[in-house]
Design a protein around this ligand. Structure first.
Ligand code: GLA
Ligand code: ZN
Length: 684
């Protein structure tokens, strides 16, 4: 193991408390870790029972020993707070700590991640155990970071949470008349006349009010952050210099998607963590898309988590082989672990951490992959591939902590997504906001043009081009920001659905809001949903492109029409427009198009804006190139996301970071191969 901090974290969840009865197995862990080039372990994620088996009776000796052992081999510890899995005695003695569902049913103990975030007793018990952990390990030289709880998610509807909900609404709206207006409660005559009538949404009661649903989701995000901050307080007090994180998630496997979790506004949450971390489980080797498509989606999520702080993030969990919860839990084929893990680093991660070190012997995750499998061998393929990866990470450690340079931004707004998904009309199953953003991203990924995915609250003034398709909910401040951006020379692309509602999901009256009308030089007259197999066509630069799902019917005012519809009652009307505004240009896509159109549209913009000027090779859709940059060097990860050899035509002379050989002309990549090159910055 390495001794200083200037290395990529390689390791993961270590659960010795599952193995107390197997001292022989535990004894092997340390030397195995060294063989696997592991330098970091996450301890304590579900250890509350092992640390406090009875109320107020703590046993830290086992954890002391593990801390010292890890330190002894030069490793570092990410210490988790244990609130993600509370002990039986706690739920039994204080049932209020368990969640209540939206039917009013109280949960009994079991499973995990299911505490009430309002319960005063739960908060107090969590504060106590966190304080103990901070006191005991705060000065331990191996302590690298705090990991708060685990994968925060979900909601509670108990009386404490209801009270907090009403208070949250009072703080936000002040009086009931304002609330009634914001939620449009005069519809169906449901106007509130007393605060005590305001309950959380429930299938047994109010569940059709869009403004309420939106606020409930905001409230759940705020309560989750509030609980997180409550957990942080005793740690900050004792260890002000130890960074704090909590692991974010991605979702969508049942639907063949791979997108950042939608349920919590991570854009907001990220402001409170010192470093963003997330758990990455793409469905590699699936039967529904090419490997490159899976890699594109995985790259997108990495880019989004990078962009939350525009700083290196951590991959807190991933699997070295398979998971146990995809539809088909495929093993990573030889070489795939190296490729998929290097992709994390390429997109800005400073770690590869696994769930988990040793495969569980029983219970619900016993078939989940791990570094050490049930065979307990260091000679199996998975272990050897992890070790090879760890060794390679050590060789490229100078890349750790480096930044990324981007000229393209996509805007994504969690709140807008919630609102958009909630509305009844306009074909709900086809909304697919994040997936549509990924279709726009695809062009840039295939061209090796790096992209940030920002929330509208972040600063996007410096990007050459900003994509904001489907930004349904727009605050006045966002519209003004977009106007300023374009007026100062920015290039903006937006689409159908953009700017329809305000922050309460109330429609803007009188057509497209004035600032957007000026910016795009159009007005939107109607929005039409297409049937599943229905298409329109757009004529654009002499070619026909099929559209799907949505057509906005628009009127071009100052905008120039670049493409017009070819079918249906709006045939001949504008579908793609361009409007010069100040020093910049705003484009509007009235229809949802396929990849062929997006490719043709964006390739022209990319050429015009010279977006590939830093490319080191000809673009190849199966080979992804992502870069990181330090003050001295620009690094390039060249990754073959295909099952065949790929010849990459270099545009520049680069140096292989691992061999120091200089490379030009053509580089031949074997299936799944990754090469890492650099160029000295001053030579550029
Ligand atoms: C999540 C959890 C882990 C484990 C893995 C399995 O990321 O945080 O505890 O359940 O999933 O993939
Ligand atoms: Zn509750």
């Amino acid at each position: 193991m390495e001794t200083e901090n200037q290395y990529f974290m390689h390791g993961g969840d270590y659960n010795p408390d599952q193995w107390f009865a197997y001292p022989d197995i535990l004894k092997k862990d340390l030397s195995y870790m060294q063989q696997a080039h592991i330098n970091t372990v996450t301890l304590g994620v579900f250890s509350w029972h092992a640390l406090e088996p009875e109320e107020g009776k703590y046993q830290f000796e086992w954890l002391d020993e593990v801390f010292d052992q890890i330190h002894g081999i030069g490793g570092r510890v990410i210490l988790a707070t244990p609130s993600g899995g509370r002990p039986q005695w706690l739920s039994q003695k204080y049932p209020e700590v368990n969640r209540t569902n939206n039917l009013g049913q109280k949960h009994t103990h079991g499973f995990r991640h299911n505490h009430c975030f309002s319960s005063p007793i739960y908060r107090e018990k969590v504060r106590l155990i966190n304080q103990k952990l901070a006191e005991r390990y705060g000065d331990h030289p191996a302590l690298a970071m705090w990991h708060i709880s685990n994968e925060f998610s979900g909601e509670c509807f108990c009386s404490y949470c209801q009270e907090n909900w009403r208070q949250w609404l009072k703080n936000k709206y002040g009086d009931l008349a304002t609330l009634n207006h914001a939620w449009w409660m005069s519809f169906w005559g449901n106007t509130y006349s007393d605060w005590s009538q305001v309950l959380p949404p429930s299938p047994l009661g109010e569940h059709k009010v869009h403004g309420m649903d939106l606020d409930w989701k905001r409230f759940v995000t705020d309560m989750t952050i509030d609980f997180y901050l409550h957990e942080c307080a005793p740690l900050r007090e004792k260890t002000p210099n130890i960074p704090i994180t909590t692991n974010f998630m991605a979702e969508g496997h049942a639907t063949q998607d791979f997108i950042p979790l939608e349920g919590i506004d991570y854009g907001k949450f990220a402001r409170y963590v010192d470093i963003v971390s997330w758990d990455s489980y793409p469905d590699w080797h699936n039967h529904f898309e090419s490997l490159a498509s899976t890699a594109m989606k995985s790259g997108y999520v990495h880019d989004q988590y990078w962009s939350l702080k525009k700083q290196p993030f951590l991959v807190m969990e991933c699997t070295p082989s398979y998971v146990n919860w995809h539809q088909f839990n495929k093993a990573k084929k030889p070489g795939m672990h190296m490729l998929s893990a290097m992709q994390q680093i390429a997109h800005g991660s400073d770690s590869t951490l696994y769930f988990q070190w040793r495969q569980s012997r029983g219970n619900s995750e016993k078939f989940h992959g791990a570094v050490v499998s049930h065979d307990g061998s260091t000679q199996n393929r998975v272990f050897k591939e992890v070790a090879a990866y760890g060794a390679r990470l050590e060789k490229i450690k100078e890349i750790k902590g480096t930044t990324r340079k981007k000229e393209v931004a996509i805007l994504f707004d969690w709140e807008s997504n919630w609102a958009l998904n909630r509305g009844g009309g306009y074909g709900r199953p086809t909304r697919r906001y994040q997936q549509t953003l990924q279709e726009h991203y695809r062009y840039f990924w295939e061209q090796d043009i790096a992209v940030d995915i920002l929330t509208p609250d972040q600063d996007f003034s410096e990007y050459k081009i900003v994509l904001a398709p489907m930004l349904y909910m727009m605050r006045q401040t966002t519209m003004e920001k977009l106007k300023r951006y374009v007026a100062n020379g920015g290039i903006l692309v937006s689409s159908y659905f953009a700017g329809m509602v305000n922050e309460n999901d109330l429609l803007y009256l009188g057509g497209l809001p004035e600032p957007l009308r000026e910016l795009f030089g159009i007005d939107v007259l109607e929005l039409e949903t297409l049937l599943e197999d229905e298409h329109n066509e757009i004529k654009y630069q002499g070619k026909s492109f099929q559209t799907k799902d949505y057509s906005a019917i628009i009127d071009a005012q100052s905008a120039r029409v670049l493409g017009a519809y070819q079918c249906d009652f709006y045939s001949g009307s504008p579908a793609i427009t361009e409007n010069q505004y100040g020093e910049g240009v705003a484009y509007y896509h009235a229809a949802r198009t396929n990849g062929d159109f997006l490719q043709s549209f964006y390739s022209q913009l990319a050429k015009k804006l010279n977006l590939r000027k830093e490319a080191i090779a000809e673009a190849n859709p199966a080979v992804s190139i992502q870069g990181r940059i330090s003050a001295q060097r620009s690094y390039y990860f060249v990754m073959n996301f295909s099952e065949v050899d790929q010849a990459v035509s270099m545009l520049k002379r680069v140096v292989d970071l691992e061999t120091n050989q200089s490379v030009e002309n053509t580089v031949l990549l074997a299936p799944y191969e990754v090469r890492i090159f650099y160029v000295e910055n001053e030579q550029q």
